[in-house]
Design a protein around this ligand. Sequence first.
Ligand SMILES: Nc1nc2c(ncn2[C@@H]2O[C@H](COP(=O)(O)OP(=O)(O)OP(=O)(O)O)[C@@H](O)[C@H]2O)c(=O)[nH]1
Ligand SMILES: [Mg+2]
Length: 241
Amino acid sequence: MKNVPQTPRGTTQCHDVSINLLKANDFVAEIIKKEMKQNNVFLVNMTSSAGSGKTTLLENTVDKLKGKLNIAVLVGDLETERDADRIRKHGVQALQIVTGGICHLEAQMIHQSLDSLDLQNIDLLIVENVGNLVCPSSFDLGEDIRVTLMATTEGDDKPRKYPKMFLTSDLMLVSKCDLLPYLPFSVDAVVKDAREVNHKLDVIEVSSLTGQGMDEWCEYLTERVKLKQDNLLAEKEKVVG
Ligand SMILES: Nc1nc2c(ncn2[C@@H]2O[C@H](COP(=O)(O)OP(=O)(O)OP(=O)(O)O)[C@@H](O)[C@H]2O)c(=O)[nH]1
Ligand SMILES: [Mg+2]
């Protein structure tokens, strides 16, 4: 039998992440930030537990915004090309990052993928992180905003159980709101829980099934993309002037 190194029972790879690895990650995240600034690209890091509806939301988001913004998507999963295939069907470039067992995306993985993107012609780059509410919270990908989905099927007590993700997020999308009539889930309770962790957290209730909240979410994104573009333009004009 092969001598395969075993992860001790009750631990995951994520617990072995050293401070040095996080420092190295932050170094690359800064490089990504600079490249995004140079190319005028707004970068979103989308996180959630597995199956909270990230890819479905992105499919609908791309449909609503693709005439208005140039969008590209990077998707992280442990295995398969499935999510990138789903998004490509909606007419935008989507690249799959297969982590091969790693439970989160790291800045280096994003940086390597950037060579395959025509950044000069992208306004909005969305990264769908690996479905996991724990490990991805520790890895800055150089994003402008972090958006976390919290599905009604997960229970309204999760933010304070997994605080780092909500602490480091700018927006919580309460997803699958069409299921609210059938579930013991209180939107008020989940918002209260999340804002106890991060009082600045924005919240939008969405459903990819009914389209609830999609206009608000798309406006939220569009406003921030435009704001970054305007700020960068003003900075350039200041330098030239
Ligand atoms: N009722 C309901 N179901 C949804 C909604 N959005 C997604 N789903 C369903 O939830 C399941 C998971 O959706 P995905 O979009 O694949 O979720 P995900 O977060 O991308 O999953 P991973 O990438 O595996 O983490 C699918 O069966 C979807 O059809 C929604 O708004 N309402
Ligand atoms: Mg997905």
